[in-house]
Design a protein around this ligand. Sequence first.
Ligand code: IPM
Ligand code: MG
Length: 368
Amino acid sequence: MTNPSLLILAGDGIGPEVMAEVRKIIDWYGTKRGVTFDVSEDLVGGCAYDKHGTPLHDDTMAKAQDVDAVLLGAVGGPKYDSLDFSIKPERGLLRLRKEMDLYANLRPAQCFDALADFSSLKKDVVAGLDIMIVRELTSGVYFGEPRGIFKEGNERVGINTQRYTESEIERVARSAFELARKRGNKLCSMEKANVMESGVLWREVVQRVGDTEYPDVELSHMYADAGAMQLTRWPKQFDVIVTDNLFGDLLSDLAAMLTGSLGMLPSASLGAPMANGRPKALYEPVHGSAPDIAGQGKANPIACILSFAMALRYSFDMGAEADRVEAAVAKVLADGLRTADLMGPEGGAPITTSQMGDAIVAALDTSL
Ligand code: IPM
Ligand code: MG
């Protein structure tokens, strides 16, 4: 049997630092569990632009199509702010999502017990929180045509188009229903059917998929603005949420912050199964490239490490090993180890990015 293959695209800012810690976990699997990954590395984002004049080289795109899973760090930075829109670092990431057709973006928001005090909300509102946002990732206003800045009379007009086909809604709805079945059997779909036709269609199609294929899953619908309000009021009412690309972008940041730190949250972007049965997949932390702290050993590697855990679960059918990595993270947090982003107002001595990686590896050792 061939080894599972991984393409690492560490990207910009803190991307390479947090990815270095993931490499320690990958190596641990090779030496301690006999699971060897064939790892290759390449460039995405600003660093790819610096070298090739494009945020994603065609060769890198081809490699991404060819591996079992892609692990991405983060892209972007102030150095690239003035670049033309078409070659901004973010376009590299958007191209990967689009060309790999990664339509289902899984963004868990889980509150670690040790961090419940970090939430801006009261502890009892967030303690034990474990929800999953499924964000549609390859369509909607991010990709709809027409788009652009056009001349209209003597002024300019900026245009983006929200567009969803029935099949695009159906496939992401199915992903969400499947996940709900494996979790609390409850799905809430969010759109703005009160003002947008695309929302009317979204609601209708999700309801139809539920009625015909998942009658056992408890389905509800909410307008996305009310959903944002309910997420801050009592987030534990939710189990799985399914929503479109733009609302999912906003709601997942909101949900992430409920848990105390954006630095903690992983994501998986999944597409259709490949010939080997594994889904097309890209895993990345929800946080960005954090250029303000890059290169200082301050970044929290946990979101990226938990993204690798999601790869174990969703690409490699190693759910028990994913549990092991998640438990190791929970253990170091319970032991009181904190990177700088997890320092409360009372302060304390933060550990470095690399110390956090080492502590998680040590916790993995004790799990054996
Ligand atoms: C995200 C990010 C991206 C998005 C950016 C970097 C293009 O905010 O993954 O949530 O808007 O999708
Ligand atoms: Mg975002």
